[in-house]
Design a protein around this ligand. Structure first.
Ligand code: SF4
Ligand code: SF4
Length: 438
Protein backbone atom coordinates (compact mmCIF):
# COMPACT_ATOMS: atom_id res chain seq x y z
CA UNK A 1 0.00 0.00 0.00
CA UNK A 2 1.48 3.35 -1.02
CA UNK A 3 2.12 6.24 1.33
CA UNK A 4 4.36 9.29 1.71
CA UNK A 5 7.97 9.00 2.74
CA UNK A 6 8.14 10.58 6.20
CA UNK A 7 6.09 11.55 9.25
CA UNK A 8 2.32 11.42 9.53
CA UNK A 9 -0.11 10.46 12.30
CA UNK A 10 -3.21 8.31 12.78
CA UNK A 11 -5.97 10.33 14.44
CA UNK A 12 -9.32 8.55 15.02
CA UNK A 13 -11.40 8.83 11.86
CA UNK A 14 -14.87 9.67 13.24
CA UNK A 15 -16.45 9.48 9.77
CA UNK A 16 -19.89 9.51 11.36
CA UNK A 17 -21.63 10.73 8.22
CA UNK A 18 -20.06 8.30 5.75
CA UNK A 19 -23.29 6.38 5.17
CA UNK A 20 -25.56 9.42 4.87
CA UNK A 21 -26.62 10.37 1.35
CA UNK A 22 -26.23 14.00 0.31
CA UNK A 23 -29.35 16.10 0.95
CA UNK A 24 -30.15 19.62 -0.24
CA UNK A 25 -30.69 22.39 2.27
CA UNK A 26 -33.16 25.06 1.09
CA UNK A 27 -31.62 28.47 0.39
CA UNK A 28 -32.13 30.79 3.40
CA UNK A 29 -34.02 34.11 2.99
CA UNK A 30 -30.79 36.10 3.35
CA UNK A 31 -27.31 35.27 2.05
CA UNK A 32 -24.01 36.87 3.04
CA UNK A 33 -21.71 36.39 0.07
CA UNK A 34 -18.08 37.19 0.79
CA UNK A 35 -16.05 38.83 -1.98
CA UNK A 36 -12.99 37.01 -0.71
CA UNK A 37 -13.56 33.26 -0.84
CA UNK A 38 -10.29 32.50 -2.54
CA UNK A 39 -6.55 33.03 -2.37
CA UNK A 40 -5.54 36.40 -3.83
CA UNK A 41 -7.27 39.75 -4.06
CA UNK A 42 -10.96 40.02 -3.15
CA UNK A 43 -13.33 40.44 -6.09
CA UNK A 44 -14.56 43.97 -6.89
CA UNK A 45 -18.29 44.48 -6.29
CA UNK A 46 -20.19 45.36 -9.48
CA UNK A 47 -23.70 45.69 -8.01
CA UNK A 48 -25.15 48.25 -5.62
CA UNK A 49 -27.72 48.36 -2.84
CA UNK A 50 -31.24 47.78 -4.15
CA UNK A 51 -30.14 46.10 -7.42
CA UNK A 52 -32.13 43.08 -8.57
CA UNK A 53 -29.96 40.03 -9.22
CA UNK A 54 -30.50 36.59 -10.68
CA UNK A 55 -28.97 33.30 -9.60
CA UNK A 56 -25.50 32.86 -11.07
CA UNK A 57 -25.20 36.55 -12.02
CA UNK A 58 -21.74 38.06 -11.58
CA UNK A 59 -21.77 40.38 -8.55
CA UNK A 60 -18.04 40.56 -7.85
CA UNK A 61 -15.45 40.63 -10.64
CA UNK A 62 -12.02 39.02 -10.20
CA UNK A 63 -9.50 41.75 -9.45
CA UNK A 64 -6.09 40.85 -10.85
CA UNK A 65 -4.29 37.69 -11.91
CA UNK A 66 -4.84 35.74 -8.68
CA UNK A 67 -8.47 36.45 -7.86
CA UNK A 68 -11.82 34.89 -8.67
CA UNK A 69 -15.33 35.85 -9.74
CA UNK A 70 -18.17 35.86 -7.21
CA UNK A 71 -21.80 35.25 -8.16
CA UNK A 72 -25.25 35.75 -6.71
CA UNK A 73 -26.13 32.38 -5.18
CA UNK A 74 -29.85 33.02 -5.51
CA UNK A 75 -32.18 35.51 -7.20
CA UNK A 76 -33.36 38.53 -5.24
CA UNK A 77 -32.32 42.03 -4.20
CA UNK A 78 -29.01 43.37 -2.97
CA UNK A 79 -29.73 44.38 0.63
CA UNK A 80 -26.32 45.89 1.41
CA UNK A 81 -22.59 45.95 0.76
CA UNK A 82 -20.68 45.68 4.01
CA UNK A 83 -17.40 44.95 5.74
CA UNK A 84 -18.19 41.69 7.48
CA UNK A 85 -16.60 40.77 10.81
CA UNK A 86 -15.72 38.14 11.60
CA UNK A 87 -15.35 36.21 8.35
CA UNK A 88 -14.47 32.50 8.78
CA UNK A 89 -10.79 33.56 8.67
CA UNK A 90 -11.34 35.68 11.81
CA UNK A 91 -10.65 38.85 9.83
CA UNK A 92 -12.75 41.54 8.17
CA UNK A 93 -13.99 40.72 4.66
CA UNK A 94 -16.10 42.66 2.17
CA UNK A 95 -19.50 41.06 1.55
CA UNK A 96 -22.67 41.48 -0.49
CA UNK A 97 -25.90 40.64 1.34
CA UNK A 98 -28.76 39.36 -0.83
CA UNK A 99 -32.42 39.03 0.15
CA UNK A 100 -33.78 36.03 -1.73
CA UNK A 101 -37.02 36.36 -3.74
CA UNK A 102 -37.58 32.63 -3.29
CA UNK A 103 -37.76 31.87 -7.01
CA UNK A 104 -34.11 30.78 -7.67
CA UNK A 105 -34.33 32.25 -11.18
CA UNK A 106 -31.12 31.64 -13.14
CA UNK A 107 -29.47 34.47 -15.08
CA UNK A 108 -29.72 34.23 -18.87
CA UNK A 109 -27.24 31.99 -20.68
CA UNK A 110 -26.42 29.81 -17.67
CA UNK A 111 -27.49 26.31 -16.66
CA UNK A 112 -27.19 24.93 -20.21
CA UNK A 113 -26.45 21.40 -21.45
CA UNK A 114 -23.25 21.31 -23.49
CA UNK A 115 -23.26 18.06 -25.43
CA UNK A 116 -19.53 17.68 -25.99
CA UNK A 117 -17.66 19.76 -23.41
CA UNK A 118 -14.41 17.88 -24.10
CA UNK A 119 -14.42 19.19 -27.66
CA UNK A 120 -14.52 22.86 -26.68
CA UNK A 121 -11.31 24.78 -27.37
CA UNK A 122 -8.69 25.12 -24.63
CA UNK A 123 -9.43 28.88 -24.41
CA UNK A 124 -13.18 28.30 -24.07
CA UNK A 125 -12.71 25.69 -21.34
CA UNK A 126 -10.41 27.98 -19.36
CA UNK A 127 -12.78 30.91 -19.88
CA UNK A 128 -15.76 28.96 -18.55
CA UNK A 129 -13.74 27.80 -15.51
CA UNK A 130 -12.62 31.37 -14.81
CA UNK A 131 -16.07 32.88 -15.49
CA UNK A 132 -17.67 30.41 -13.07
CA UNK A 133 -15.32 31.37 -10.23
CA UNK A 134 -14.01 27.85 -9.67
CA UNK A 135 -11.44 27.63 -6.88
CA UNK A 136 -9.78 24.78 -5.00
CA UNK A 137 -12.54 23.55 -2.71
CA UNK A 138 -10.36 21.43 -0.44
CA UNK A 139 -9.56 24.48 1.67
CA UNK A 140 -6.92 26.59 -0.06
CA UNK A 141 -9.24 28.34 -2.51
CA UNK A 142 -6.57 28.82 -5.19
CA UNK A 143 -8.25 29.97 -8.45
CA UNK A 144 -8.49 26.86 -10.64
CA UNK A 145 -8.08 28.65 -14.00
CA UNK A 146 -4.69 29.94 -12.77
CA UNK A 147 -3.64 26.50 -11.53
CA UNK A 148 -4.57 24.99 -14.89
CA UNK A 149 -2.48 27.53 -16.75
CA UNK A 150 1.07 27.04 -15.37
CA UNK A 151 4.09 28.92 -16.77
CA UNK A 152 5.01 27.84 -20.31
CA UNK A 153 8.37 26.38 -19.24
CA UNK A 154 6.71 23.87 -16.87
CA UNK A 155 5.85 20.45 -18.27
CA UNK A 156 2.93 18.70 -16.59
CA UNK A 157 3.03 14.92 -16.99
CA UNK A 158 0.93 13.87 -14.00
CA UNK A 159 -2.58 14.84 -13.01
CA UNK A 160 -3.90 13.66 -9.64
CA UNK A 161 -7.44 13.62 -8.26
CA UNK A 162 -7.22 14.03 -4.50
CA UNK A 163 -9.76 11.62 -3.03
CA UNK A 164 -7.85 11.09 0.20
CA UNK A 165 -10.11 13.16 2.48
CA UNK A 166 -7.87 12.39 5.46
CA UNK A 167 -9.38 14.94 7.89
CA UNK A 168 -11.41 13.22 10.61
CA UNK A 169 -15.22 13.73 10.51
CA UNK A 170 -15.40 15.14 6.96
CA UNK A 171 -17.17 13.13 4.25
CA UNK A 172 -18.33 15.48 1.44
CA UNK A 173 -15.76 14.19 -1.07
CA UNK A 174 -16.47 10.58 -0.09
CA UNK A 175 -20.19 11.01 -0.71
CA UNK A 176 -19.54 12.82 -4.01
CA UNK A 177 -17.33 9.93 -5.15
CA UNK A 178 -20.13 7.46 -4.31
CA UNK A 179 -22.98 9.50 -5.75
CA UNK A 180 -21.49 11.50 -8.65
CA UNK A 181 -18.40 9.60 -9.89
CA UNK A 182 -19.14 10.09 -13.60
CA UNK A 183 -19.36 13.89 -13.31
CA UNK A 184 -16.16 14.04 -11.22
CA UNK A 185 -14.28 12.02 -13.84
CA UNK A 186 -15.67 14.14 -16.68
CA UNK A 187 -14.41 17.24 -14.84
CA UNK A 188 -11.03 15.58 -14.38
CA UNK A 189 -10.86 14.64 -18.05
CA UNK A 190 -11.77 18.18 -19.13
CA UNK A 191 -9.06 19.61 -16.87
CA UNK A 192 -6.45 17.06 -18.03
CA UNK A 193 -7.37 17.76 -21.68
CA UNK A 194 -5.72 21.18 -21.26
CA UNK A 195 -2.36 19.37 -21.19
CA UNK A 196 -0.51 16.83 -23.34
CA UNK A 197 -2.37 13.65 -24.34
CA UNK A 198 0.39 11.65 -22.61
CA UNK A 199 -0.41 13.17 -19.21
CA UNK A 200 -1.06 10.36 -16.73
CA UNK A 201 -4.23 10.74 -14.65
CA UNK A 202 -4.31 9.17 -11.18
CA UNK A 203 -7.12 9.00 -8.67
CA UNK A 204 -5.77 8.70 -5.12
CA UNK A 205 -8.17 7.34 -2.47
CA UNK A 206 -7.33 6.16 1.06
CA UNK A 207 -7.86 2.45 1.71
CA UNK A 208 -10.41 3.22 4.45
CA UNK A 209 -12.88 4.15 1.69
CA UNK A 210 -13.24 0.85 -0.23
CA UNK A 211 -16.71 1.80 -1.50
CA UNK A 212 -15.33 4.97 -3.05
CA UNK A 213 -12.47 3.00 -4.63
CA UNK A 214 -15.04 0.62 -6.13
CA UNK A 215 -17.33 3.43 -7.37
CA UNK A 216 -14.47 5.33 -8.98
CA UNK A 217 -12.95 2.17 -10.49
CA UNK A 218 -16.30 1.31 -12.04
CA UNK A 219 -16.80 4.81 -13.45
CA UNK A 220 -13.19 4.94 -14.66
CA UNK A 221 -13.42 1.72 -16.70
CA UNK A 222 -12.24 2.27 -20.26
CA UNK A 223 -11.04 5.78 -19.47
CA UNK A 224 -7.52 7.19 -19.17
CA UNK A 225 -7.50 6.89 -15.37
CA UNK A 226 -5.58 4.84 -12.82
CA UNK A 227 -7.21 4.43 -9.40
CA UNK A 228 -4.61 4.17 -6.62
CA UNK A 229 -5.49 2.90 -3.15
CA UNK A 230 -3.45 4.78 -0.53
CA UNK A 231 -2.47 3.80 2.98
CA UNK A 232 -4.62 5.60 5.55
CA UNK A 233 -2.34 8.12 7.17
CA UNK A 234 -2.79 11.81 7.94
CA UNK A 235 -2.05 14.15 6.07
CA UNK A 236 -2.27 11.96 2.97
CA UNK A 237 -4.52 14.57 1.32
CA UNK A 238 -1.95 17.38 1.46
CA UNK A 239 -0.68 18.14 -2.02
CA UNK A 240 3.00 17.51 -1.31
CA UNK A 241 2.31 14.16 0.37
CA UNK A 242 -0.05 12.99 -2.37
CA UNK A 243 2.45 13.85 -5.10
CA UNK A 244 5.20 12.05 -3.18
CA UNK A 245 3.01 8.99 -2.65
CA UNK A 246 1.92 8.66 -6.26
CA UNK A 247 5.00 9.81 -8.19
CA UNK A 248 7.82 9.41 -5.67
CA UNK A 249 8.80 13.03 -6.37
CA UNK A 250 9.59 15.38 -3.47
CA UNK A 251 8.86 19.10 -3.60
CA UNK A 252 11.70 21.21 -2.19
CA UNK A 253 11.03 24.27 -0.05
CA UNK A 254 9.37 27.00 -2.09
CA UNK A 255 8.47 24.67 -4.99
CA UNK A 256 4.95 24.39 -6.35
CA UNK A 257 3.44 21.18 -7.76
CA UNK A 258 4.08 22.24 -11.36
CA UNK A 259 7.80 22.44 -10.52
CA UNK A 260 7.76 18.64 -10.21
CA UNK A 261 5.46 18.14 -13.22
CA UNK A 262 2.26 17.45 -11.31
CA UNK A 263 -1.11 19.07 -10.62
CA UNK A 264 -3.46 17.97 -7.84
CA UNK A 265 -7.18 18.69 -7.79
CA UNK A 266 -9.78 18.08 -5.15
CA UNK A 267 -12.89 15.92 -5.80
CA UNK A 268 -15.41 18.73 -5.19
CA UNK A 269 -13.40 21.07 -7.41
CA UNK A 270 -13.54 18.63 -10.34
CA UNK A 271 -17.29 18.24 -9.86
CA UNK A 272 -17.69 22.04 -9.88
CA UNK A 273 -15.39 22.30 -12.91
CA UNK A 274 -17.58 19.82 -14.80
CA UNK A 275 -20.67 21.89 -13.99
CA UNK A 276 -18.87 25.10 -15.04
CA UNK A 277 -17.75 23.79 -18.44
CA UNK A 278 -20.62 21.43 -19.36
CA UNK A 279 -23.48 23.41 -17.82
CA UNK A 280 -22.14 26.95 -17.45
CA UNK A 281 -23.02 26.86 -13.77
CA UNK A 282 -21.06 29.22 -11.52
CA UNK A 283 -19.88 27.94 -8.16
CA UNK A 284 -22.80 28.99 -5.94
CA UNK A 285 -23.31 25.88 -3.81
CA UNK A 286 -21.22 23.06 -2.37
CA UNK A 287 -21.46 19.83 -0.41
CA UNK A 288 -20.39 20.04 3.24
CA UNK A 289 -20.56 17.80 6.29
CA UNK A 290 -22.22 18.93 9.52
CA UNK A 291 -20.92 16.65 12.25
CA UNK A 292 -19.95 16.27 15.90
CA UNK A 293 -20.79 13.76 18.63
CA UNK A 294 -23.66 15.88 19.98
CA UNK A 295 -25.24 16.90 16.68
CA UNK A 296 -28.84 15.63 16.59
CA UNK A 297 -28.96 15.02 12.85
CA UNK A 298 -25.53 14.83 11.26
CA UNK A 299 -25.68 15.39 7.54
CA UNK A 300 -23.93 15.72 4.22
CA UNK A 301 -25.65 18.72 2.70
CA UNK A 302 -25.64 20.76 -0.49
CA UNK A 303 -25.58 24.27 0.96
CA UNK A 304 -25.94 27.56 -0.92
CA UNK A 305 -22.82 29.73 -0.64
CA UNK A 306 -23.62 32.64 1.68
CA UNK A 307 -25.87 30.64 4.05
CA UNK A 308 -24.84 31.29 7.66
CA UNK A 309 -23.43 28.51 9.82
CA UNK A 310 -26.31 29.11 12.25
CA UNK A 311 -28.78 28.52 9.36
CA UNK A 312 -27.16 25.13 8.70
CA UNK A 313 -27.25 24.15 12.38
CA UNK A 314 -30.90 25.23 12.71
CA UNK A 315 -31.83 23.34 9.55
CA UNK A 316 -30.54 20.08 10.99
CA UNK A 317 -32.22 20.49 14.39
CA UNK A 318 -29.28 21.62 16.54
CA UNK A 319 -27.43 19.64 19.19
CA UNK A 320 -28.28 17.50 22.22
CA UNK A 321 -26.06 19.54 24.59
CA UNK A 322 -24.61 23.02 24.67
CA UNK A 323 -21.81 23.46 22.18
CA UNK A 324 -18.60 25.21 23.14
CA UNK A 325 -16.70 25.24 19.92
CA UNK A 326 -17.61 25.56 16.25
CA UNK A 327 -14.93 24.64 13.74
CA UNK A 328 -15.09 25.30 10.03
CA UNK A 329 -13.26 22.42 8.37
CA UNK A 330 -11.94 19.39 10.24
CA UNK A 331 -10.35 19.09 13.69
CA UNK A 332 -6.78 18.98 12.35
CA UNK A 333 -6.68 21.96 9.97
CA UNK A 334 -10.03 23.68 10.53
CA UNK A 335 -10.54 27.09 12.09
CA UNK A 336 -12.37 27.63 15.38
CA UNK A 337 -14.98 30.37 15.02
CA UNK A 338 -15.97 33.25 17.29
CA UNK A 339 -19.60 33.02 16.25
CA UNK A 340 -22.10 31.00 14.17
CA UNK A 341 -22.91 34.19 12.28
CA UNK A 342 -20.26 33.43 9.64
CA UNK A 343 -21.18 32.45 6.08
CA UNK A 344 -20.49 29.24 4.22
CA UNK A 345 -17.99 29.88 1.42
CA UNK A 346 -16.74 27.94 -1.60
CA UNK A 347 -14.11 26.30 0.62
CA UNK A 348 -16.30 25.25 3.57
CA UNK A 349 -16.00 21.47 3.51
CA UNK A 350 -17.41 20.94 6.98
CA UNK A 351 -18.86 22.40 10.15
CA UNK A 352 -17.83 20.59 13.31
CA UNK A 353 -19.59 21.18 16.64
CA UNK A 354 -17.78 20.25 19.85
CA UNK A 355 -18.81 20.45 23.51
CA UNK A 356 -16.72 21.10 26.61
CA UNK A 357 -16.13 17.46 27.52
CA UNK A 358 -14.45 16.89 24.16
CA UNK A 359 -12.06 19.84 24.39
CA UNK A 360 -8.66 19.24 25.88
CA UNK A 361 -7.63 21.79 28.49
CA UNK A 362 -5.01 23.02 26.01
CA UNK A 363 -2.88 24.31 28.89
CA UNK A 364 0.59 24.55 27.43
CA UNK A 365 3.46 23.08 29.38
CA UNK A 366 7.18 23.39 28.67
CA UNK A 367 8.66 21.27 25.89
CA UNK A 368 10.08 18.01 27.25
CA UNK A 369 12.34 17.48 24.21
CA UNK A 370 10.74 14.16 23.39
CA UNK A 371 11.11 14.64 19.62
CA UNK A 372 7.64 13.28 18.82
CA UNK A 373 6.76 16.38 16.80
CA UNK A 374 9.84 15.82 14.64
CA UNK A 375 8.88 12.20 13.94
CA UNK A 376 5.32 13.26 13.09
CA UNK A 377 6.19 16.12 10.74
CA UNK A 378 5.58 15.02 7.13
CA UNK A 379 7.77 17.87 5.95
CA UNK A 380 10.81 16.71 7.90
CA UNK A 381 10.92 19.92 9.96
CA UNK A 382 11.64 20.61 13.62
CA UNK A 383 8.22 21.88 14.70
CA UNK A 384 9.27 22.65 18.31
CA UNK A 385 11.91 25.03 16.97
CA UNK A 386 9.59 26.75 14.50
CA UNK A 387 7.07 27.22 17.33
CA UNK A 388 9.74 28.64 19.65
CA UNK A 389 10.91 31.11 17.03
CA UNK A 390 7.32 32.12 16.28
CA UNK A 391 6.45 32.56 19.95
CA UNK A 392 9.58 34.61 20.61
CA UNK A 393 9.16 36.69 17.43
CA UNK A 394 12.77 35.84 16.50
CA UNK A 395 11.97 36.60 12.92
CA UNK A 396 15.53 36.94 11.69
CA UNK A 397 16.17 33.30 12.59
CA UNK A 398 13.19 31.97 10.70
CA UNK A 399 14.01 31.97 6.99
CA UNK A 400 16.55 29.15 7.24
CA UNK A 401 14.24 26.91 9.27
CA UNK A 402 11.81 25.90 6.55
CA UNK A 403 9.01 27.95 8.08
CA UNK A 404 7.21 28.44 4.78
CA UNK A 405 7.52 24.72 4.07
CA UNK A 406 5.15 24.00 6.97
CA UNK A 407 1.67 23.38 5.55
CA UNK A 408 -0.02 23.75 8.95
CA UNK A 409 -1.26 20.16 9.03
CA UNK A 410 -1.25 20.08 12.85
CA UNK A 411 0.37 16.63 13.14
CA UNK A 412 2.99 18.06 15.52
CA UNK A 413 0.39 19.60 17.81
CA UNK A 414 -1.62 16.37 17.77
CA UNK A 415 1.26 14.27 19.13
CA UNK A 416 2.82 16.75 21.57
CA UNK A 417 2.60 15.38 25.15
CA UNK A 418 3.24 18.88 26.55
CA UNK A 419 0.15 20.16 24.73
CA UNK A 420 2.16 22.91 23.10
CA UNK A 421 0.25 25.01 20.60
CA UNK A 422 2.91 24.29 18.02
CA UNK A 423 1.01 24.92 14.81
CA UNK A 424 -0.68 27.98 16.29
CA UNK A 425 2.72 29.54 17.09
CA UNK A 426 3.99 28.65 13.62
CA UNK A 427 0.98 30.38 12.04
CA UNK A 428 1.60 33.37 14.29
CA UNK A 429 5.25 33.48 13.19
CA UNK A 430 4.22 33.30 9.53
CA UNK A 431 1.70 36.13 9.97
CA UNK A 432 4.23 38.35 11.73
CA UNK A 433 6.82 37.57 9.05
CA UNK A 434 4.34 38.46 6.30
CA UNK A 435 3.39 41.70 8.05
CA UNK A 436 7.08 42.63 8.41
CA UNK A 437 7.63 42.02 4.71
CA UNK A 438 4.66 44.18 3.75
S1 SF4 B 1 2.09 21.73 11.13
FE1 SF4 B 1 3.99 22.17 9.99
S2 SF4 B 1 5.63 21.74 11.42
FE2 SF4 B 1 3.76 20.76 12.24
S3 SF4 B 1 3.81 18.66 11.45
FE3 SF4 B 1 2.62 19.85 9.97
S4 SF4 B 1 4.12 20.53 8.44
FE4 SF4 B 1 5.30 19.85 10.25
S1 SF4 C 1 6.40 16.96 20.81
FE1 SF4 C 1 6.12 18.72 22.18
S2 SF4 C 1 7.33 18.17 24.01
FE2 SF4 C 1 8.00 16.79 22.36
S3 SF4 C 1 9.78 17.85 21.40
FE3 SF4 C 1 7.96 18.47 20.26
S4 SF4 C 1 7.29 20.37 21.25
FE4 SF4 C 1 8.67 19.37 22.67
Amino acid sequence: MRTFNQGGVHPPEYKLTADLAIERMPTPARLVILLSQHLGKPAKPIVGKGDKVKKGQLIGAADGFISSNIHAATSGTVHSLEERWPAPTGQYAPAIVIESDGTETWADGLNIDEEKPLELSREEKLKRISDAGIVGMGGAGFPTHVKLNPPKDKTIDTFILNGAECEPFLTPDYRLMLERPAEILKGLEIAASLFSKDTKIYIGIEENKPEAVKAMEKAAQGGPFTVVSLKTKYPQGCEKQLINTITGRTMKEGQLPFDVGALVHNVATMFALYEAVAKKRPLVERVLTLSGMEVKNRKNLIVTVGSLVKDVIEHTGGTTTEINQVIIGGPMMGKAQYTCDVPVTKTTSGILLINNTEIDSLRERPCVRCGKCISACPQGRQPWLLADLGQQRRLGDMPGCGLMDCMECGSCTYVCPARRNIVQWIKYGKAVNAARKR
